[in-house]
Design a protein. Structure first.
Length: 106
């Protein structure tokens, strides 16, 4: 009985050692993968923070106003350009007047 049991125990011990070895290195590989993903997430967070700071810097009104004035010709609205919402609603309710053709045009 001992002759049969001893080889079985040795084979079972070697098989469990091989399985443990395999699990150990698979776990190390997964830990490295998780650590790399954490580094990528942290880099992405830093990049997002930098981009938000850059966006807030570039969208400052005191920076945009001269650009709009110089490059696009935009100026602040004048009082005469302001309309009340009631006036706009009445203007849309009335159909536009048709223009008459000029005397010499055909």
């Amino acid at each position: 009985m001992l002759r049969i049991l001893l080889p079985i125990v040795v084979i079972a011990t070697l098989a469990s050692a091989l399985a443990l070895y395999s699990v150990k290195y698979e776990t190390r590989r997964l830990e490295q993968t998780v650590a790399e993903r954490k580094r990528q997430i942290e880099r992405a967070r830093v990049d997002i923070a930098i981009l938000r700071a850059e966006r807030s810097y570039l969208s400052r009104p005191e920076r945009i106003a001269p650009l709009a004035r110089d490059m696009l010709g935009l100026v602040p609205p004048r009082i005469g350009q302001m309309q009340r919402l009631d006036d706009l609603a009445r203007a849309q309710a009335q159909p536009p007047a048709l223009s008459r053709p000029r005397a010499g045009a055909r």
